[in-house]
Write a protein of this length. Structure first.
Length: 295
């Protein structure tokens, strides 16, 4: 049922929930719904001045790295970010003048932080995506708020969720691979570690033995090492840009790598995936490939 294409479809009309499920969810096809959230108050209201007024004094969790890559391979480790709590006004100061602050800062907590850390902003967006909630017959498991440095990158990975990714300001650039590319996407197992800033601008890596090793994709699609991983030549990369007011449907189990414009703000809605025939097909492909036991 996986539909392969070198382009992500773009539609101006979401359609009915039945059409959303039939045309996109069931065939596991990504699509950009142009202007799907353009009527959110957040699109116009979420300026720096407004955010300072609403939540500037509130402490939020911020991921800090030396290179912009959180949860990604680094010097032989799977490196997780240093988590800091800071006033949101301080974070906005960093976004306005990042050169005066060592490190790369990113609000990227993936624990439904929009509902827990940004409650003052809830009325400006939505607790769910109504037409998608109706299409799937369930509410989202999590709603995540994202804002960060242009240098912050989400390394290539996949999620066991149906994902509606809504951009409020700026844009997001995605590189996608369908689940059928699994045999061509190389993995390795890395010991888990965490970045720690010891002096301003100087970070070390601390291994986290309690987590052990983490299997992760070991290729950077921006600069793929095809000499080391020649199988990646057979993969089908799909590129798309999601602008403010747009919503990307990112199907479950699709590999994705994400970049953004500076201080881009986005919300994503995670809905639990169906472990149906598509998942059985995915596991079948996985069991036929070497990815089952990454080395």
């Amino acid at each position: 049922e996986y539909q392969l294409s070198k382009e992500v479809s773009v539609v101006d009309d979401v359609g009915t929930p039945l059409e959303v499920y039939r045309d996109w969810v069931a065939p596991n096809r990504p699509v950009i719904f142009r202007g799907a959230v353009r009527d959110w108050p957040a699109i116009k209201k979420w300026t720096f001045d407004y955010l300072r007024e609403q939540i500037g004094s509130k402490s939020v969790s911020v991921a800090v790295t030396p290179n912009g890559y959180a949860d990604a391979p680094y010097n032989g480790y799977f490196a997780m970010p240093e988590e800091r709590s800071m006033k949101f006004s301080t974070f906005l100061d960093i976004m306005e003048d990042p050169k005066n602050y060592p490190g790369v800062f990113y609000v990227q907590k993936q624990n439904s932080n929009f509902a827990t850390e940004f409650t003052e902003l809830l009325a400006d967006a939505a607790p769910d995506i109504p037409w998608f909630t109706q299409a799937l017959g369930q509410p989202p498991d999590a709603v995540n708020f994202w804002m960060g440095d242009q240098r912050a990158v989400s390394s290539m990975h996949k999620d066991h969720y149906e994902n509606i990714y809504c951009v409020v300001s700026g844009y997001k650039d995605f590189i996608l691979h369908p689940p059928t590319d699994m045999p061509w996407v190389p993995y390795k197992c890395y010991p888990a570690a965490t970045f720690k800033e010891v002096t301003p601008g100087n970070f070390i890596i601390e291994e986290n033995t309690s987590i052990g090793t983490v299997p992760w994709i070991c290729i950077n699609p921006l600069k793929p090492d095809l000499k080391k991983y020649p199988q990646y030549k057979s993969a089908t990369a799909v590129h798309c840009r999601v602008h403010a007011g747009d919503a990307l449907y990112l199907p479950s189990l699709w590999f994705h790598h994400v970049q953004q414009s500076h201080a881009c703000i986005a919300l994503n809605y995670w809905y639990d995936m169906e472990f149906d025939i598509k998942y059985n097909y995915y596991k079948f492909v996985q069991n036929l490939s070497w990815i089952t036991e990454p080395e």
